[in-house]
Design a protein around this ligand. Structure first.
Ligand code: GLY
Length: 285
């Protein structure tokens, strides 16, 4: 049974965890398609702006973890922990090369006084990029990175919420083409796989969500926050990158809109939600 009492605080965030970019990202980060090389200086600038928005513009307490050259994908912290209310599930990432990323996250989330659950089952895999939390329920993408056992452990961890699985075969993660853009609002890409996944989520749910359809799948990955004195805040991909999708976001009149560029990390399959873990601490630490 969903803990609906938390709905009014959906998106409320006090802390964020981010991690620096190792130079090894350029050559060794996992990527689905070979393509343009990552411009490291530009990637760093874009990441600093992203962190600056969370810290300076939105006033979050941001824990910045150092990069580790032996972990080329370590900037993508979202994949290694799923945090909901006061509980953090440390995942067992689907890519073996990413498993050690969890170690530093464990100590960090312990310091934030969260209840830690570790995914130790060797048959389970789960990447946070496959986890969409709507405030009412979880949808978990079953992808190359996340399996049924991983989804079961997530369901055991967050027992207050329903968990439904969605097959994901054409992209890296479920959130490669969707995310929450508001308390009841799912941002979704226009591609056939994205629309098919949305239909499955709608069929699985007792609840009717509003949807915001954007032309570009990757632009449907945005970061929604609900910040005291600011209200609905949405980090979305910049008009210079995805002009048609940006026009759709610009129609959201109740949101404070913050365009964010992410050209470099996208080359290695990193989208906006990938680079932070957002946490709502109810008591001061
Ligand atoms: N480069 C992000 C990932 O493949 O996990």
């Amino acid at each position: 049974m969903a803990a609906l009492g938390h709905l009014s605080t959906f998106g409320r965030v006090t802390h964020a965890v981010v991690r620096g970019l190792p130079e090894s990202l350029c050559q060794h980060a996992l990527r689905r398609h070979k393509g343009d090389e990552v411009d490291f200086a530009r990637a760093e600038r874009e990441h600093q702006l992203y962190v600056g928005v969370l810290k300076n513009k939105l006033g979050l307490q941001v824990v910045e973890l150092p990069a580790d050259e032996s972990l080329p994908d370590c900037v993508f912290v979202e994949d290694v922990a799923v945090v909901c209310e006061e509980t953090a599930l440390l995942t067992r990432p689907g890519a073996v090369s990413r498993r050690k990323e969890v170690d530093m996250m464990k100590g960090t989330l312990e310091n934030l006084q969260l209840n830690i659950v570790e995914m130790t089952d060797e048959n389970a895999t789960l990447d946070g990029g496959d986890v969409l939390f709507t405030g009412r329920e979880f949808f978990v993408g079953l992808s190359k990175r996340t399996n049924q056992r991983g989804a079961e452990i997530l369901a055991d961890t967050f027992k207050d919420y329903a968990v439904s699985t969605v097959p994901v075969s054409d992209t890296l993660h479920l959130k490669s083409f969707c995310s929450m853009a508001g308390p009841n609002l799912i941002a979704i890409g226009s591609s056939e796989p994205a629309q098919k996944a949305l239909k499955i989520m709608q069929q699985m749910s007792d609840h009717r969500y509003d949807k915001l359809t954007v032309p570009d799948d990757v632009a449907a990955n945005c970061v929604y926050l609900n910040i005291p004195n600011k209200g609905h805040v949405l980090l979305h991909r910049a008009p210079e990158e995805y002009p048609e999708s940006a026009k759709v976001f610009e129609k959201l009149k109740d949101h404070m809109l913050i365009p964010v560029t992410n050209t470099e990390l996208e080359k290695v399959d990193g989208l906006l939600t990938c680079s932070s873990i957002l946490i709502n601490k109810k008591v001061d630490l």
